[in-house]
Design a protein around this ligand. Structure first.
Ligand code: C2E
Ligand code: MG
Ligand code: MG
Ligand code: MG
Length: 281
């Protein structure tokens, strides 16, 4: 039993599979930086589907560390450490670079969808960020209007002084902005009134609670209604069941993302997925 307990502590679930836990591997910051430099990090794509037409409208780019020894490692292991040590930018630029290249390839294959990239709020403190992002996307020959930047508030957030300026600039440069994990951060509502967001992503915890929790359903419905009034897209993440899908469709939510539709996958698999779903337009 002790042995089992020991094993259990060394592993944790990620995408319904077991992976070695952070504690048991204990990556050093140097090892991560080395991994970024060696481009061991990959962009996985998860489809975003229009709830009314069932068509693929976009994909979210999610960072994965393809570790030569430990295999695929999820962001919960490396993002917090990188953020805490002010090293998240290098990863963000690598992921953006790969996401923009993926977007170009998809467009070349007649799949004209939007690709979303996650941005840590800590990165928004750098006054040159908007410029750097614009350069990377331009170099990939992608129109910024096909790149959505998902802004998440995290525990590491200490108040990015230049956030408003950066977001305004990115918006002026043609990028779409999205509030990620909506409903969990303390200033999400305030952000909505100050920045020209074009998408509101309802946090997956509300969707997961919705089956047994009426309050969660009311929060979801109100968020969808508010998004409509604000003339921004409503997106639900963490859609895991047919029941979730039906509820969101009934509520008039625009877009769904989650394991019920598909898990994040590498670029070749994502292209296959789009072709299979005859999502060429
Ligand atoms: P997020 O942006 O809210 O992304 C959604 C997360 O939910 C992803 O986890 C995705 O794999 C997972 N997910 C999708 N559908 C389902 C579902 O049906 N059920 C459940 N339980 N989960 C689902 P992932 O890939 O582990 O990423 C976790 C977080 O790490 C992301 O949350 C995002 O905040 C951050 N992240 C990921 N990639 C990057 C990146 O390149 N840069 C930055 N700054 N943050 C990133
Ligand atoms: Mg996101
Ligand atoms: Mg989210
Ligand atoms: Mg999240």
């Amino acid at each position: 039993l002790e042995h089992l307990k020991d094993l259990f502590l060394k592993y944790e679930r990620f995408e319904n599979k077991w992976f070695p836990s952070t504690e048991s591997i204990n990556f050093s910051l140097d090892e991560m930086k080395q991994g970024i430099r060696n481009k061991q990090f990959e962009t996985f794509l998860q489809p975003k589907i229009d709830l009314q037409t069932s068509r693929v409208t976009g994909a979210e780019a999610l960072a994965r560390w393809i570790h030569p020894v430990h295999g695929v490692i999820g962001p919960h292991i490396f993002i917090p450490l990188l953020e805490k040590n002010n090293q998240i930018d290098e990863l963000s630029f690598l992921i953006l670079d790969k996401a923009a290249a993926a977007c170009r390839l998809l467009h070349n294959n007649n799949c004209k969808i939007t690709v979303s990239v996650n941005l840590s709020l800590v990165s928004l403190d750098d006054i040159t960020l908007a410029n750097k992002i614009s350069k990377i996307v331009k170099a990939a020959d992608v129109d910024p209007s096909y790149i959505t930047l998902e802004i998440t508030e995290t525990a590491a957030m200490t108040g990015a002084a230049h956030a408003l300026e950066n977001l305004t600039r990115l918006c002026m440069n043609g990028f779409k902005l999205s509030i990620d994990d909506y409903g969990t951060g303390y200033s999400s509502l305030q952000q909505l009134t100050r920045i020209a967001f074009s998408e509101l992503k309802i946090d997956q915890s509300f969707i997961q609670d919705s089956v047994n929790n009426e309050a969660a359903r009311i929060v979801i419905k109100s968020s969808i209604d508010m998004a409509r009034e604000l003339k921004v897209q409503s997106v639900a993440e963490g859609v895991e069941t047919q029941q979730d899908w039906d509820m969101l469709k009934d509520m008039g939510c625009n877009t769904a993302q989650g394991y019920f539709i598909a898990k994040p996958m590498n670029l070749p698999s994502f292209i296959d997925y789009c072709v299979e779903k005859k999502q060429k337009y």
